[in-house]
Design a protein. Structure first.
Lengths: 255, 263
């Protein structure tokens, strides 16, 4: 977070894209019967979290390479995964500012009135989604250590996750063969839980239709927590592998 | 002749410079991924908003044309950023080469790069999202795409010239690439914007290009869309001139104050 405060330029782009995407979506939804407040504003928040996380994961590594400080970070007694986890969570948290910005624009320009049905469960769902997004970012960050193209990969990974997780539209619209990819993404379940805690009406559109709001929410959060734990285990193993390989081959900066 | 040599070498080196940080296979992969994912995202949002095949076609064509902005706007603005970042700006300003071909030439190779992006995007529009090109007037469409790439590179030079005066051109590169999605009729008609915002749309050459491309795909001839293309060309040329003036202003300030990368 302090790094961001010292040089905000690396964070600004990841805010701009989700904000513009959401504004375009709000304009397209204008006049339609779709619950655009639920999808555009909350989806915009999710996109901000993901955009910032993937951007920070990519740039955290690339920036260290450019500055010649990656060797020091790796050589420090702290584990690399701990350093990157801290950055990932703080940047995902900052990505939530997009939700606030979209909410303000939605309220003032598009006359959206979006209340939160259950503020406590909403906050819990939001925080768990934030952790899930951060954990997913860690998996990609481990690959970025080995790649010279982290910045480019970052750009390429941002929008596909917006699509597959159904941040701005129901994943039922996607071709069926993409659905399995959606189900293994924590944010897919997270955004479903967030929408459930925001509006009672959403119960008819959730993945768990007919099970009642509380049961659906419980299932969403349980699945997301399990996926997040799996991400954490995979990320830890990958970081160990990547660090070992970088030390053994001595190709940390050249990679 | 010397100006032409400067123009060509600036163009070639500007393109090759990006492979300092990007390998060719990644460059090509990203062209496919970025073009497809952005188009797909907005097509699905359009479908969710209740749109049918006409909305899908509108969005797919708009995003296909906008794809060239990544090359002609983002990459062109980033030339400034890379000069500052890589410490090559003093060399650029120290060279006795004529400034205009140097300034314009560096953007021109991105026109060709942008054309590749549009071709890939049109492929997705036709074969994934079912846009019907059967009635398209190929000549009118080709001229429109070429002119849009050229004039958008001019717009990139304008913002690039402006960005010389700031430390972080990447911020401007992002802002001015993404806001095109709102202002240029990419995903919805310009008329859907608030009335006060609509005049802003016509400051971007892309607005004219997308409008002309949609007409050409419906079968309009080059003559029929020529008024739109003339307006687009005028906006593009004004952009290049303004960008060059800003570049020269920066050079004067840099020489006078001794600040280059610090600005």
């Amino acid at each position: 977070m302090l790094h961001w405060m010292a040089d905000p330029q690396w964070v600004i782009p990841s805010i701009i894209a989700p904000f513009v995407f959401t504004t375009v979506a709000l304009t397209l939804f204008k006049g339609s019967s779709a619950p655009f407040g639920l999808y555009a504003v909350l989806g915009g928040g999710m996109m901000g979290m993901w955009g910032n996380t993937i951007y920070s994961s990519g740039f955290a590594i690339e920036f260290e390479k450019w500055q010649g400080t990656l060797e020091e970070v790796i050589a420090a007694p702290s584990k690399l995964i701990h350093v990157i986890t801290g950055r990932s969570i703080s940047n995902a948290l900052f990505g939530l500012t997009n939700m606030v910005a979209v909410f303000i624009v939605g309220t003032l320009v598009f006359n959206i009135s979006l209340g939160i049905a259950n503020p406590i469960l909403f906050t819990i769902s939001l925080l768990l989604t934030l952790l899930s997004v951060s954990a997913l970012g860690l998996i990609f960050a481990s690959a970025f250590v080995l790649s010279r193209s982290a910045q480019t990969l970052t750009n390429g990974l941002e929008t596909p996750l917006y699509i597959i997780s159904g941040s701005m539209f129901p994943i039922a619209l996607l071709p069926f063969w993409i659905h399995p990819a959606a189900y293994i993404l924590g944010p897919t379940w997270g955004i479903d839980a967030i929408r459930l805690t925001t509006s009672q009406d959403y119960a008819s559109q959730t993945f768990w239709q007919g099970m009642g709001t509380n049961t659906a929410l419980f299932l969403d959060l349980t699945v997301m927590i399990l996926i997040t734990l799996a991400y954490a285990v995979i990320a830890t193993a990958l970081f160990k592998m990547v660090e070992k390989r970088a030390r053994t081959k001595g190709t940390l900066v050249e990679a | 002749m010397n100006s032409l040599r400067v123009f060509v070498s600036s163009a070639v080196f500007s393109f090759r410079a990006q492979f300092d940080w990007l390998n060719p296979s990644m460059w090509l992969t990203m062209k496919f991924v970025l073009s497809f994912s952005q188009m797909a995202f907005f097509v699905f949002v359009g479908l969710f908003s209740g749109g049918g095949a006409d909305v899908v076609s509108f969005i797919a064509i708009g995003n296909a044309l906008q794809a060239l902005s990544w090359n002609t706007v983002f990459s062109v603005i980033q030339i400034t950023g890379h000069d500052k970042w890589d410490g090559t700006l003093p060399l650029v300003l120290a060279t006795p080469a004529s400034r205009l071909p140097l300034f314009v030439g560096r953007a021109m190779i991105h026109v060709l790069d942008g054309l590749v992006s549009v071709a890939i995007s049109f492929f997705f529009a036709a074969f994934v999202f079912g846009v019907n090109f059967a009635q398209a007037n190929a000549l009118a469409l080709a001229v429109t795409v070429l002119l849009t790439a050229f004039t958008m590179a001019g717009f990139g030079l304008l913002i690039g010239g402006f960005s010389f005066h700031f430390r972080n051109p990447i911020v401007f590169a992002n802002i001015f690439t993404f806001i095109l999605l709102i202002f240029c009729g990419v995903n919805f008609p310009v008329e859907a914007l608030p009335p006060l915002a609509q005049p802003v749309s016509y400051a971007f050459p892309l607005t004219y290009g997308i409008n002309a491309a949609r007409q050409a795909i419906k079968g309009a001839s080059l003559l029929e869309i020529s008024p739109v293309l003339v307006e687009q060309l005028a906006v593009g040329i004004v952009s290049i001139i303004l960008g060059y003036v800003l570049f020269e202003a920066f050079e004067r300030t840099a020489r006078k104050t001794g600040k280059m990368e610090a600005l």
